[in-house]
Design a protein. Structure first.
Lengths: 63, 458
């Protein structure tokens, strides 16, 4: 559990940096936050699909 | 050690326990209900931990979702740190088993309790060493306040909410004790059957107002009560803002001398007590002194005391005498009001009575507060005091649990009393009893001995 939380934090920190760099919009960022909060409610495929919908570039990055 | 230099030391803390509590709360937000009444942000010594706890509480109160992402975003918006992830990642590394929540909270409560004591000591030290503070009494009172506040348990919030089963259990146990004739099941008996009959004893945490015009016997009655209570080895604390300790002592002795008679005659009259006694009289009086010496009555005879000073002395006394049974304050109008001229007298008096009632609750003892009635009573044909007579002296009636008035008809109509044989008859009027009925009982006042007797009770 601790590992997942740590990974989420590193991921959200990366997303925040992408917002600062102009690579990700604020709206996309908050959608990703919401997605991460609901992550335990979905399987891996659903999560990937949701992430791709929000930001294809980010989804490809995680791959 | 240099007393003047500020002391430097590390305050006790446990950062690992702080991380553990936060980690558990973020992982198991439903546990916040168990924590919210017990832990304040000040329980977290690390400023970042404190801020994270504040954010958790805020989200909780707004019924939002508690998660690392939400807290991350709040920390980012705060601009407290450039790297919120660095503050939060260590929390994810804590062992967050639910069973660890209670022990970790206990550690935080303990550490914070120690810190408050240390900080209070620092404040007392600064207060005492400040050359601007010259009044020793004021410094002592303030120091007691600080130490008392620092040593009060703040982990008692859970006690505020009691379920009915818990409350009824206590009532039932009292019912059984009364049925078994256990005197402890009642309030404090003052050994005047007519008064005890009305009140079933003065209850702990109650403030009892005993009000009358001057010369009705207020002080005499409460001194009689104090002696009656103390004879059962129950400590009594008497604040006298009018009489000095010797006057009070003489009154207690005189009152006891009343019971020593040879046939119908008193062995020592009140007049004789003030003069030179014969050998026989001296022996009797000495016997009375010997009987009174061990009584646990303590007297504070100081004029111009404030409520905070009374509170400080009462707290100290209670700490040294945990079985303190009764506090008496003689009397309300002589208590020095706070320096706040902008407020009305009514509000100030009401505030003082409320503070004294809070003190009764805090120390778990009844407090009898004497009060002078103003001259308005004299202008009426019927001079028996009424509740409205208290109104000019502030909203006392609002805060009092019991209001008793004393009235002596022989004071106003001596001829009539002589003719009817009612000299010395005192009406004790119960005008208010939060936990009992109202009504009037009668006592006889033997003025020269400052002694009340209960000869009317059948």
């Amino acid at each position: 559990m601790g590992d997942l939380d740590r990974t989420k934090l590193i991921f959200i920190d990366t997303c925040r940096n992408l917002v600062e760099l102009g690579e990700l919009s604020e709206a996309e960022y908050y959608e990703i936050c919401d997605l991460l909060d609901r992550m335990e409610e979905m399987d891996n495929e659903q999560f990937q699909a949701e992430l791709r919908r929000i930001s294809k570039g980010l989804s490809d990055l995680i791959g | 050690m240099n007393l003047i230099e500020p002391m430097t030391y590390d305050l006790p803390m446990d950062l690992s326990a702080e991380r553990q509590v936060l980690g558990i709360l973020i992982k198991h937000p439903s546990q916040i209900d168990r924590v919210v009444d017990r832990l304040r942000p000040a329980h977290f010594m690390d400023p970042a931990h404190r801020r994270i706890y504040e954010i958790i509480l805020d989200i909780y109160h707004k019924q939002g979702r508690i998660s690392y992402t939400q807290i991350y975003n709040r920390l980012h918006a705060d601009s407290i740190t450039d790297a919120p992830a660095e503050l939060l990642i260590p929390l994810t590394e804590s062992f967050v088993a639910l069973s660890e929540l209670e022990p970790s909270m206990d550690i935080l409560l303990h550490k914070e309790g120690i810190r408050r004591i240390v900080q209070a000591c620092d404040s007392v030290r600064a207060l005492a060493l400040d050359p601007k503070n010259e009044d020793l009494d004021a410094i002592q009172a303030k120091a007691q306040e600080l130490i008392f506040a620092a040593t009060q348990s703040i982990d008692a919030a859970g006690d505020d909410v009691k379920n009915l089963l818990e409350v009824l259990n206590k009532c039932y146990i009292n019912l059984l004790r009364r049925r078994e004739g256990d005197p402890e099941a009642y309030g404090l008996s003052v050994r005047f059957p007519s008064i005890d009959g009305m009140t079933t004893g003065f209850k702990k945490k109650d403030i009892i107002i005993l009000a009358a015009r001057p010369s009705m016997g207020k002080t005499a009655l409460v001194l009689n009560m104090a002696a009656n209570v103390a004879k059962r080895n129950i400590p009594v604390l008497f604040f006298s803002l009018e009489m000095d300790d010797e006057q009070i002592g003489d009154r207690i002795v005189l009152s006891e001398l009343f019971t020593h008679k040879a046939g119908d005659q008193h062995i020592v009259t009140s007049h004789e007590y003030q003069g030179r006694l014969s050998d026989d009289q001296f022996m009797v009086t000495q016997k009375v002194f010997n009987e009174l010496y061990p009584l646990p009555i303590s007297i504070v005879d100081k004029r111009g005391m404030t409520v905070p000073e009374i509170r400080a002395k009462a707290r100290k006394f209670k700490a040294e005498n945990p079985d303190l049974g009764l506090i008496i304050i003689d009397y309300l109008q002589l208590i020095k009001p706070p320096d706040n001229a902008s407020r009305s007298w009514t509000l100030i008096v009401g505030e003082m009575v409320r503070e004294l009632r809070d003190l009764a609750g805090e120390l778990d003892v009844p407090i009898i507060l004497l009060s002078q009635l103003n001259r308005g009573v004299e202008s009426r044909e019927n001079k028996r005091p009424m509740m409205s007579d208290l109104r000019d002296s502030g909203n006392i009636e609002e805060f009092a649990d019991v209001i008793m008035f004393l009235y002596r008809d022989d004071y106003y109509n001596p001829e009539k009393a002589r003719a009817e044989g009612t000299e010395g008859m005192v009406e004790v009027i119960f005008a208010k009893q939060r936990k009992g009925s109202t009504g009037t009982v009668q006592l006889r006042f033997i003025k020269e001995y400052t002694r009340f007797i209960d000869e009317y009770t059948k």
